[in-house]
Design a protein around this ligand. Structure first.
Ligand code: G1P
Ligand code: ZN
Length: 539
């Protein structure tokens, strides 16, 4: 039976950089999730002809949320739901399943790399038939629904068992519990040379993969250990946990510290990688070496010919404005298109759909390609393994040779966290107002050549988006300022600092960027406005 439940709007259901992210305690408030789901369905016409994928990264509250989605979708007469077995699907595999099966979209329950658990974060990414997350116009339409919602529909049928693959029903809606691995693994096998990778991984090459207790554990076990023959135990933290074992499932030098310590120890393996909670982010490490994600994108692009799926050529590349310029130098050399977009993977979707780009990436440990419409952690790891298998070089050698060829963009992101929203807004608006007067100003060894807001004009749908502020220096250095759109604790100011050099290639980024980091604080006035002398997090 279908019930209609009266409700009142919540005023905080605006999606951020990647879907709706909230404290789990907020998401569990009465009607909170129901309102949001009904608001999404309210924006989609002809639901009786539509099919969606549902799954998530296994974090706390996912199971409850999936049952709610089934019942609300059924009450709204959705044609069919594909539910990942046990409710577990990685964000990249979800995109793959939507595209392969020509679905109308998907609801992926994840707050990505944010901590999970009852006192952690919860989130929903809403994808469309593109396989990518909804575009700003679509999230705006959903927001408008959330602000005027007065009722939602829900079936009162019993919960479904998500552990059995098969076809079931809720009201008139067909519910198919699917294998969440098959389509994705087949796709990886079509892109990469698995025979060559198997030779590498069974040759004594020492590799560890940290799944950070997130959803990629079972994918990585199947791909690296079962199919490619890496030794049992190659995949660490391989079982998805509701609270990620108390870890912060963000693959970077801070939160993947155990792995980083191993890679800088005397017993460091040859290669290590980590993925985040929902499997779209990746970190790449060699023995005593960390690959900056901006460099990773540039290095992989430079090596595209190694990969069977790309050997006949690639379209262009794109990066978020905050990401370093390293990949542009490769694009210029390869004579392929280059695009700079706002932060957030959704901005790459039109470029991929229109065949303008093949590869894209963000400094925030995101790398991917047009095989799907999300960034893809395991894809990046398979690509790196392929480069190693082909070149027989270490990660460090590969990076050093890249810098010798192209020069190096030293890059760091400084995050100032937990700022009061009104102070953060004031900082950004005052800085924006000052930008026109900054040209020509000198700060120590750095002179500003030009400063402006970053405005992106999408070449496909012609929408215009402003995201962040950019300060350029005469030596090619850049600083980008923007506020995070994924946090759940006040505001976070992100300051992206980049300095390009053609010598001193193998130095510590913290040293090379010390002066420019101080300059970035002076320009933004952050210390005066927040009392913070230093960033809370440097990645
Ligand atoms: C952060 C990253 C951004 C990424 C997003 C989702 O967003 O900076 O590059 O696309 O997470 O993984 P932010 O908090 O900066 O808005
Ligand atoms: Zn993620």
């Amino acid at each position: 039976m279908i019930e209609t439940i009266a409700t009142k709007p919540y005023t905080d259901q605006k999606m951020g950089t990647a879907g709706l992210r909230k404290k789990t305690q907020i998401a569990m408030l009465p009607h909170y999730l129901e309102n949001f789901l009904q608001s999404i369905f309210n924006t989609i016409p002809n639901l009786e002809t539509k099919s969606f994928l549902v799954g998530g990264d296994g974090r706390y509250y996912n199971k409850t949320a999936i049952q709610k989605i089934i019942k609300i979708a059924a009450a709204n007469k959705v044609k069919k739901l594909y539910i990942a077995q046990d409710g577990l699907v990685s964000t990249p595999a979800g995109s793959c399943i939507i595209l392969k099966n020509k679905l109308d979209g998907g609801l992926i329950l994840t707050a990505s790399h944010n901590p999970g658990g009852e006192n952690g974060d919860f989130g929903i990414k809403y994808s469309t038939s593109t396989g990518g997350q909804c575009q700003p116009q679509e999230s705006q339409a959903i927001l408008e629904q959330t602000l005027k919602i007065s009722e939602y529909k829900i079936s009162n049928s019993p919960d479904l068992d998500l552990s059995q693959i098969g076809i079931f029903r809720c009201e008139e809606t067909e519910i198919e519990i699917i294998n969440p691995f098959r389509d994705y693994i087949e796709m990886m096998q079509r892109i990469f040379d698995f025979a060559q990778l198997r030779t590498l991984l069974t040759s004594g090459f020492r590799f560890v993969f940290d799944a950070m207790n997130g959803v990629t554990g079972p994918y990585a076990k199947k791909i690296f250990e079962e199919i490619l023959g890496a030794p049992q135990g190659t995949v660490l933290n391989a079982i998805p946990k509701e609270d990620f074992g108390g870890l912060h499932p963000d693959p970077n030098l801070i939160y993947a510290k155990t792995l980083v310590d191993l890679m800088y120890s005397d017993s460091a393996p040859d290669f290590a990688a980590a993925n985040d909670g929902d499997g779209d982010r990746n970190m790449i490490l060699g023995s005593h070496f960390f690959v900056c994600p901006s460099d990773s994108l540039a290095i992989l692009t430079d090596n595209y010919k190694i990969i069977p799926a790309y050997k006949n050529g690639i379209y262009g590349v794109a990066k978020s404005a905050a990401t370093s310029m390293a990949v542009k130098r490769v694009a210029d050399t390869l004579k392929i298109g280059f695009y700079e977009v706002p932060t957030g993977w959704k901005y790459f979707v039109n470029l991929m759909d229109s065949q303008r780009i093949s590869f894209c990436g963000e400094e925030s440990f995101g790398t991917g390609a047009s095989h799907i419409r999300e960034k893809d952690g395991i894809w990046a790891v398979l690509f790196w393994l392929s480069v190693i298998a082909n070149t027989h070089k270490t990660v460090k050698q590969i990076a050093l040779e890249h810098w010798q060829k192209y020069g190096r963009s030293y890059f760091l992101r400084n995050d100032f966290e937990g700022i009061e929203q009104n102070i953060a807004d004031k900082l950004m608006s005052e800085l924006e107002a000052r930008l026109p007067q900054l040209s020509g100003k000198q700060y120590g060894n750095f002179t500003i050549s030009n400063a402006h807001p970053f405005i992106y004009n999408d070449p496909v749908d012609k929408t215009s988006t402003q995201n962040g502020l950019i300060v350029h220096f005469t030596d090619g250095s850049r600083i980008v300022y923007r506020l995070s759109g994924t946090g759940t604790n006040g505001a976070t100011l992100r300051t992206y600092i980049e300095r390009y050099v053609t010598q001193d290639l193998d130095e510590d980024p913290n040293e090379m960027l010390k002066e420019l980091s101080a300059v970035s604080r002076a320009i933004s006035n952050v210390t005066h406005l927040t009392g913070k002398e230093q960033p809370d997090i440097i990645t």
